[in-house]
Design a protein around this ligand. Structure first.
Ligand SMILES: NC(=O)c1ccc[n+]([C@@H]2O[C@H](COP(=O)([O-])OP(=O)(O)OC[C@H]3O[C@@H](n4cnc5c(N)ncnc54)[C@H](O)[C@@H]3O)[C@@H](O)[C@H]2O)c1
Length: 248
């Protein structure tokens, strides 16, 4: 495992699921992890679990769509911790429906949280990273952003948008030594997917060359590589963690 001693890693939507697994992995690698989420109760639970294990973890309740709150929060964080080395835009939601039934408000909500939220957090962190002339930003997209999916037009648009956003930021920030990459998870075992029946799970597994769903830790491991110096010549990429499902 890489050593992230003295590194400040901020992860959005990290109170549970994939974001929490990412926070745990960075904490185990000696990073100071900053957990930003909407859900106060889940934040407290995750932060106390991490602190109980002897890690450096701090929780912040905020909505990634609230530009003003995010700007104030990042300024406060930099004052408190000195810098932000890594930002992981992980907060995301689904509001699935077939096109004819999709409500405009569900389109707006998904695009706002998944895509605009990443824009806001990236813009606000860039201000601090550009002064430090170093940083790594990782956007958690999805294989759905690469392949599309019936019933997920809003989600697919938000995740595909994140990929194009990643490339643009990578070009814009490269001169400041700030790398921007996207991770596209496939079917990952989380609370979100825990409700799926064994039949559906088996159907999914059939189309995955490695024949199983992935774990949040699989996503976390890639994030750690992309945040570390091991990937210092990699920027603007979208890397799938999907058991071979997409093979772009
Ligand atoms: N689970 C999968 O199979 C899978 C696959 C591909 C991509 N992803 C992506 O990975 C990311 C994490 O997914 P997950 O399965 O862990 O989801 P999850 O629902 O378990 O966790 C998402 C977290 O984000 C937080 N959040 C939601 N809206 C927020 C907002 N506006 N501001 C701040 N925090 C907010 C929630 O409170 C929650 O703690 C998402 O972007 C998702 O689209 C997941």
């Amino acid at each position: 495992m890489h050593d992230f001693s003295d590194k400040i890693v901020l992860i959005t939507g990290a109170a549970r699921g994939i974001g929490k697994a990412i926070a745990e992995r960075f904490a185990q690698a000696n990073a100071t992890v900053l957990i930003l989420d909407l859900n106060r109760e889940a934040i407290d639970h995750t932060v106390s679990e991490l602190q109980g294990a002897g890690h450096q973890a701090f929780g912040y309740e905020a909505n990634v769509t609230d530009a003003r709150a995010i700007e104030e929060l990042f300024t406060a964080v930099v004052k408190e911790h000195g810098k932000i080395d890594v930002l992981i835009n992980n907060a995301g939601i689904t509001r699935d429906n077939l096109m004819l039934r999709m409500k405009e408000e569900d389109w707006d909500l998904v695009l706002n949280i998944n895509l605009k939220g990443a824009f806001i957090c990236t813009q606000k962190v860039f201000k601090h990273m550009m002064k430090a002339r170093v940083g790594s930003i990782i956007n958690i997209s999805s294989v759905i952003g690469l392949m599309g999916n019936a019933g997920q037009a809003n989600y697919a648009a938000s995740k595909g948008g994140m990929i194009a956003f990643t490339k643009s930021c990578a070009k814009e920030f490269a001169g400041r030594n700030i790398r921007v990459n996207a991770v596209a998870p496939g079917f990952i075992e989380t609370e979100m997917t825990a409700t799926l029946s064994d039949e559906i799970r088996a159907e999914y597994a059939k189309v995955i060359p490695l024949n199983k769903m992935g774990s949040p830790q699989d996503v976390a491991k890639l994030c750690m590589f992309l945040a570390s110096d091991e990937s210092e010549y990699i920027t603007g990429q979208t890397i799938a963690v999907d058991g071979g499902l997409t093979m772009q």
